[in-house]
Write a protein that binds this ligand. Structure first.
Ligand code: FES
Length: 158
């Protein structure tokens, strides 16, 4: 049976051994951070040319299409796409019953008319319109890199 002195000695020895390995915890954390830094892959850029579907598979219009960050609309002249990213600081805008068919941003309160013009700020620029085209498979495609004016329409087709 170990004496009290031996128990104290073993405890002290175990404690000192633990202290001897104490460097391992920050070393492992640091090594992980270095590996994370070295192996960092930036996220893929948001797609800018986005197929939306065929006329048969599109949702009932007008529709917010979140994956393309647009409002897809259609009138008697054809299809058009309005950005749903607020021109102030980039929050998504939503349909607003207070804006008579227009849009509102929840982040800082900007409001836009149904055709994207600013009603109240802090946004100062209207919501932009993006070009649409039909691809060879008959899908409607939005090109977020190509702005068009508010009167531009893509004729029905597909
Ligand atoms: S991001 Fe929309 S009002 Fe600021």
């Amino acid at each position: 049976m170990p004496s009290t002195t031996n128990l104290r000695e073993i405890t002290r020895r175990a404690f000192l051994q633990l202290l001897g390995w104490a460097w391992a915890v920050p070393a492992v954390i640091g090594l992980k951070q270095i590996l994370d830094f070295i192996s960092y892959c930036p996220p893929a850029a948001d797609p800018t040319i986005i197929p939306l579907g065929t006329p048969q598979t599109l949702p009932p219009l007008p529709a917010a299409i979140e994956r393309a960050r647009i409002f897809l609309m259609k009138d008697d002249k054809g299809y058009f796409a309005l950005d749903n990213v607020c021109t102030h600081l980039g929050c998504l805008v939503r349909r607003s019953p207070q804006s008579e068919g227009g849009f509102a941003c929840r982040c800082h309160g900007s409001r836009f008319t149904a055709d994207g013009a600013v009603i109240t700020g802090p946004a100062t620029k209207p919501l932009p319109y993006f070009a649409l085209h039909w691809d060879s498979a008959g899908q409607l495609v939005v090109d977020r890199t190509q702005n068009v004016d508010s009167g531009w329409r893509l004729a029905n087709g597909g």
